[in-house]
Design a protein around this ligand. Structure first.
Ligand code: NDP
Length: 322
């Protein structure tokens, strides 16, 4: 009798739609606390139609695509948790119009993404991937590796001086770099020289580091004009989103010597990287892995899960997007 009363009172686990291939430990945590529907909207539209009215939360990744049409199919949706800091694939206007809170995982990945930005700068300028291959391929005995470009003391321009941009700047100070930046609004709390546009900044630096959000507002912010301003001795580093850089213009600039080189973690159509880019020797490439360390993925998962837990416990969200 008591047991059946308890069973009757225990609430059903809230239904959560997962819209990305999530990191397995986060998936396990979600499955423990919720009734999880893993990408059902893509894999089984008929089953999705049946469960959609019950979905109360969404869990996705930083690169997920969540259009207004998907939001419209979820009348009971109460909260969205993004495992990542970027959320440019989510239709924020549609989400806001419904008053649905959106959360992400800021700050915990600043160190890793900044480390990757600096690494790509060193990889590109010091030609570290090529130097590694030089030793492995047994070429060293036939002569020294060619001279490369010095990073310490050079001029660094940062496009987007937010949480991660500032972490990059602090590291670059350790390299004795002279730092300048561009954002839409100059930061009153920062003394680095400000430039009103990426092109104006590019003309004054040796390395241009891109770390803005993605989405329509920053699409092709780095275009042929900016690359021309960066110049034949300049390097472009992109750890933001592939959409921020006009990739075709970049490939052309790398092929024709408009700029000296590049370091890229993000691409226009991930995970597809054009052969024309992969064939170039003056670009260092990583597979959108800037925050991909065990430590940071754990911290991101704790936040992404914690936001959903907090919502369903009636507590304040840990990291709502304002
Ligand atoms: P923040 O919101 O703290 O900073 C964003 C910065 O970009 C701000 O300084 C903002 O200043 C500036 N910015 C925004 N729009 C423009 C614009 N049109 N022109 C120039 N500057 C602009 O974000 P985070 O530092 O936390 O993260 C930045 C981005 O990094 C994320 O949105 C994500 O896309 C990317 N990222 C990439 C990762 C990877 O794996 N490679 C991992 C994590 C994040 P203002 O508003 O004044 O313009």
């Amino acid at each position: 009798m008591i047991l059946s009363n308890l069973a009757a009172k225990s609430p059903a686990k809230p239904d959560v739609l997962v819209v990305a291939k999530l990191w397995p430990p986060l998936m396990e945590a979600l499955q423990g606390a919720f009734t999880v529907h893993d990408r059902t909207h893509e894999s089984d539209p008929a089953a999705f139609a049946a469960i959609a009215p019950r979905i109360r939360a969404m869990s996705g990744g930083g690169e997920s695509k969540v259009p207004a049409s998907l939001i419209a199919q979820l009348p009971a949706l109460e909260v969205i948790s993004v495992f990542g800091v970027g959320y440019d694939g989510y239709d924020v206007a549609a989400i806001r119009a419904r008053g649905i809170p959106l959360t992400n995982t800021p700050d915990v990945l600043n160190d890793d993404v900044a480390d990757m930005g600096i690494s790509l700068m060193l990889m590109a300028a010091r030609k570290l991937p090529q130097a590694d291959r030089y030793v492995r391929d047994g070429k060293w005995p036939s002569g020294p590796f060619p001279l490369v470009r010095k990073v310490s003391g050079a001029r660094l321009g940062i496009v987007g001086l937010g949480r991660i941009g500032l972490a990059i700047a602090r590291r670059a100070e350790g390299f004795g770099m002279r730092i300048a930046y561009t954002t839409r609004t100059p930061r009153r709390d920062i003394a680095y020289p400000y430039f009103a546009s990426p092109a104006l900044l590019a003309a004054e630096v040796d390395f241009l580091m891109v770390i803005t959000p993605g989405g329509a507002a920053t699409r092709h912010l780095i275009n042929a004009e900016v690359l021309a301003a960066l110049g034949t001795k300049g390097y472009l580093i992109n750890v933001a989103r592939g959409s921020v850089v006009d990739q075709d213009a970049l490939i052309h600039a790398l092929q024709t010597g408009v700029i000296a080189g590049a370091g890229l973690d993000v691409y226009a159509d991930e995970p597809n990287v054009p052969e024309a880019l992969r064939a170039l020797d003056n670009v260092a490439l990583t597979p959108h892995a800037a925050s991909a360390t065990w430590q940071t993925r754990k911290a991101m998962a704790d936040l992404a899960f914690g936001n959903l837990q907090a919502h369903f416990a009636g507590k304040p969200l840990l990291t709502p997007i304002a």
